[in-house]
Write a protein that binds this ligand. Structure first.
Ligand code: 8YV
Length: 328
């Protein structure tokens, strides 16, 4: 039986299914496996089930030459050096589609909570500071009818645009590496603009682009300076796309009205300045966290691993490969 590592705690039924096919080294204690320990546990394994928290790089692959499949329980795979995997004929898989609508729900909710100052006003109430109603208490910008800006118009970006366009009457502007087909733009009430126009015109800007060296600090001081002082910024993509220090400064200076962040540079650490500014809603990377979706993500990662190592009904045909050329 092939040996695999399940690097993090996972749903018991998913683990059981993996045990039907493999000799499983699991980590249900969920202690984070650091560099050396991850390397030691991966040695001799043919496959691994990981999450966005584990890093797979060339050095690790060289130390674990038996490894043939790296299956991520996440749609984003910036934690994996895909090129190094492809060069060594290691298959990489991710979990697209199953989390699109759930993540879009959360992105939209975070944007609304940010615009309507829900966290800030809740903290005020909990501190016992609510003595009187006032006409201007926690007023903020409207969401309905405002211009929704989307940076990164993939599956999740489009699902957020749909919510804004059809539920809230929002004109949508977007910037992306490639432009959407005209029919899709029309269906989403979306207009393609350059990045500077997006920053200047959006009332609520939502980031949904993948993290890569090209998107590192795509939003920094210069970009924040282009935004409207009444605008909000929401990030449900990856930490590192936003320069958190520059954002904290912009929030403190009221350069923009507010931000909603589900992801952070160097998470689970959060920039200390972000913890002290009031006009930011902070959540611990939970955009895909519904029972159904997390289970679907884990099941899909397991399906990929089982098929990648030549087992089960889809043997040799993992459903969502990132580097399918390895299969060919
Ligand atoms: C995961 C995510 O919860 O899928 C992604 O890319 O960011 C989240 O849905 C996280 O990466 C854990 O694997």
């Amino acid at each position: 039986m092939d040996k695999i590592l399940v690097a993090r705690a996972v749903f018991p039924d998913v683990l059981e299914r993996l045990r039907e096919h493999f000799d499983v080294d699991d980590n249900q204690g969920d202690r984070i496996l650091g560099g050396d320990e991850l390397r030691a546990r991966l040695r001799g394994k043919r496959g691994c089930f990981i999450t966005g928290s584990e890093r797979i790089d060339a050095a690790l692959l060289d130390a674990c030459p038996d490894l043939r499949a790296v299956c991520n329980m996440a749609v984003g795979y910036n934690n994996i050096d895909v090129q190094a995997c492809t060069q060594r004929k290691v298959l990489v898989t991710n979990t697209p589609d199953v989390l699109t609508e759930t993540t879009a729900d959360f992105g939209f909710a975070l944007m609304m909570a940010t615009a309507r100052r829900m966290a800030e006003s809740e903290h005020f109430l909990r501190r016992g500071e609510w003595k009187n109603w006032r006409y201007d208490m926690f007023v903020g910008p409207d969401v309905h009818g405002a211009t929704l800006g989307i940076l990164g118009m993939g599956r999740i970006g489009q699902a957020i645009a749909r919510r804004g366009a059809h539920g809230f009457g929002m004109p949508v502007i977007y910037h992306n590496r490639s432009r959407l087909p005209l029919e899709t733009e029309q269906a989403l009430n979306a207009r393609y603009v350059d990045k500077a126009t997006l920053l200047r015109e959006a009332d609520h800007l939502v980031l949904v682009l993948p993290y890569s060296p090209e998107s590192h600090h795509a939003i920094g001081a210069a970009e924040l300076a282009l935004m409207k002082p009444t605008a909000t910024l929401t990030n449900v993509a990856r930490g590192g796309i936003v320069d958190d220090a520059a954002l904290a400064q912009a929030l403190r200076d009221k350069r923009i009205a507010a931000a909603g962040l589900d992801v952070f540079e160097g998470e689970p650490k959060v920039h200390p300045e972000l913890l002290s500014v009031p006009n930011v809603v902070l959540t611990p990377h939970i955009a895909s966290a519904t029972h159904k979706t997390r289970h679907a993500m884990a099941s899909l990662a397991a399906d990929n691993l089982i098929a990648a190592l030549g087992r089960g009904p889809n043997a040799g045909k993992p459903p969502t490969p990132v580097n399918p050329q390895v299969l060919g």
